[in-house]
Design a protein around this ligand. Sequence first.
Ligand code: H15
Length: 253
Amino acid sequence: KINDAAVVSTPNDGNTSVNRKHRLAYDVERVVQEHLTYVREEISDGWDLIHQEGEMKVYRREVEENGIVVDPLKIFHSMKGVTGHEICQYFWDYQYRMEWETTLDSTKIIEVLDPDTVIFFQMHKRVWPAAQRDSCFWSHIRCISNSEEDQPTWLVVNYTTPHHLAPIKSPHVRLVANVALICETIINEPPLNIQDIKRENIECKLTYVAFVNPGGWVPSAALRSVAKREYPRFLKRFTSYVLEQTRDKPILF
Ligand code: H15
């Protein structure tokens, strides 16, 4: 099965596979499969609901490693009017990023590994009394068909990787991240003809998970309060951006 694992599918045609492997293909496959395995896991003991607003629920588990806060975070949300493909496309595509991201100074692509996988270098805004953070990560978009009848699952994974074009330069500190956005599209009261599906018939259930290590010490209370404020803010702003961008466009299934 390991050979199949590195087959790369194209976002615009989930059924075609091309055998174009790049040096990080196995890494991408491993992390994608991990996210798919855990996405259905129920919220259990140790997870605190830290924010709830409409359909959005933000959970966090308090974890420290060597005195550094590395709290895993999980958001469940559901919205009408957009597909999982649309949500993931806007999240992955760098050309829209600075329109919805409020915690970045810059973003750039430093390598294209295949049509669905790129490496980003980002400079984050300095948001608390600590050194400025940067990040270097591969970002992969994927469509997974579950069955003939169901809409496919779409996901994006952002995962830290080193890169010769992005050396760590003091005073900047490198963030270490493993972030996934996983979307399922539901068609309510499906019309007989697929062409008749309207935006009001579609609903997207999304899960966003983030494991972020600040890469160095940051005061715990400050970091937790920034995270509690910024993650819900990000998801609200991002999802309203996608709604606004897609409202008058044909539905992208
Ligand atoms: O996922 C989000 N943004 C993407 C696209 O820019 C990048 C993200 C990523 C973050 C860090 C490293 C690599 C990749 O996936 C939205 C992120 C919203 C973040 C809200 C701010 C939270 C503040 C607490 C983070 C703790 C890290 C310490 C510096």
